[in-house]
Ligand binder design. Structure first.
Ligand SMILES: *Cc1c(COP(=O)(O)O)cnc(C)c1O
Length: 375
């Protein structure tokens, strides 16, 4: 059997263990310490805007805290892009609020400005203004930042920017992760950089960051004993995990370059195949190409290719199944135009790791080309 080719596997720089060793040597084995502070400033320097970063246990925790900081409570409604991973939507339910799902547009596969405005108007007409909008840069492709911002501002609704898949992407030369009223990052095992598990909340003000750190460390008030006026969470990042993050930040740009070159490799290999299409970058958009995705003529071809790859020990995966189609969210109001359902049927994510070799990429393209040669 050929060696397994993963969709997106961790890729260490070699420097991670240096920072972990420092943590052990200084006995900073805790959810605070020099690596946590250092990782936060590494991200702040990278994003290069007037922002404040709180390192947390996961991207999901960052989404949960962003809802709390924006004052989302039981009975509220929050708009969420339907085409996304469930972690974008679950924290809405943690707060006792209700998700309202909005479909995608075909240029970026992300939240559609027309459907968003239709949803906002309709929710207001029904008696409740949504408390926040969760917009996602799927697979690293920025959403329509200006168009979404214009609508959000017109109705005075804050944006939570889910940049879990888009560290290293940018829109009109500004880095993704800096566009929301609050933004989140993820460092899970499959993301463009990983700390094994981890995330960050990107704040616009120092006060927001202080609040995030306070809530993520059990909401301890200033007192010699443990005094609590708020419900707290254990969401802070560990100093060991942050050491991995410090090492990973040193190779983020080269990971972006390699993932983009994977995409170019696939594009070139399939350039004469009219049955395979790609999502291109609109002008001013720069995607980290976290995952390389292809669109196929129909569901059957998509499945046959997925199974043919599986037989060769190559992992691939259909695009995110939209949230409005998930059993757990079947009763949520949704504003749909058919785009997210269509790309779920026909889209496939191909192996995209920054550690793939040329011969592994060739195995992927050869398997797919053979499928088309036979049928
Ligand atoms: C990975 C991911 C998250 C969640 O991040 P975790 O760190 O795994 O909790 C949220 N949103 C999107 C779009 C993601 O891909």
């Amino acid at each position: 059997m050929n060696d397994k080719i993963w969709l997106s596997s961790p890729h260490m720089s070699g420097k991670e263990q240096f920072y972990i060793k420092q943590a052990f040597d200084a006995n900073w084995i805790a959810p605070l310490g020099p690596n946590v502070n250092g990782f936060e400033s590494d991200i702040e320097n990278y994003l290069n805007e007037d922002i404040h970063v709180a390192a947390l246990a996961s991207g999901t925790a960052a989404l949960h805290l962003s809802l709390i900081i924006l004052g989302v409570t039981a009975g509220d409604e929050v708009i969420c892009q339907t085409k996304t991973f469930s972690a974008s939507a679950n924290p809405i339910v943690y707060q006792g609020a209700s998700p309202i799902f909005v479909d995608s547009e075909p240029d970026t596969w992300n939240i559609c400005p027309e459907q968003l405005e239709r949803a906002v108007k309709d929710r207001i007409a029904k008696g409740k203004k949504p408390k926040a909008i969760i917009a996602v840069h799927l697979y690293g492709m920025p959403y329509k930042v200006n168009e979404i911002r214009e609508i959000a501002d017109r109705y005075a609704i804050p944006i939570i920017e889910d940049s879990a898949e888009a560290l290293g992407s940018s829109y009109k030369n500004q880095k993704c992760g800096t566009f929301g009223d609050l933004s989140i990052l993820s460092f899970n095992g499959n993301k463009i950089i990983t700390t094994s598990g981890g995330g960050a909340l990107v704040c616009r003000t120092k006060e927001q960051k202080q609040k995030a750190v306070f809530l993520s460390t059990q909401a301890r008030d200033d007192a010699p004993h443990y005094e609590h006026t708020h419900i707290g969470y254990n969401y802070r990042m560990s100093n060991i995990v942050a050491g991995i993050g410090r090492g990973q930040m040193t190779i983020l740009d080269s990971h972006v370059e390699k993932r983009r070159s994977n995409f170019e490799f696939y594009k070139k290999a399939f350039k004469d195949n009219d049955d395979i299409s790609f999502l291109f970058e609109p002008k001013g958009y720069f995607s980290n190409r976290w995952l390389s995705c292809i669109s196929l003529p129909d569901y059957n071809v998509r499945e046959e290719i997925r199974l043919a790859l599986g037989k060769e020990n190559i992992e691939s995966r259909p695009l995110w199944k939209p949230m409005h189609a998930q059993p757990v969210f079947k009763d949520a109001p949704s504003y749909l135009n058919g785009v997210s359902d269509a790309i779920f049927e026909t889209g496939l994510c191909l192996p995209s790791g920054s550690n793939l070799t040329e011969s592994q990429l060739e195995r992927v393209t050869t398997t797919i080309n053979q499928y088309f040669a036979v049928c």
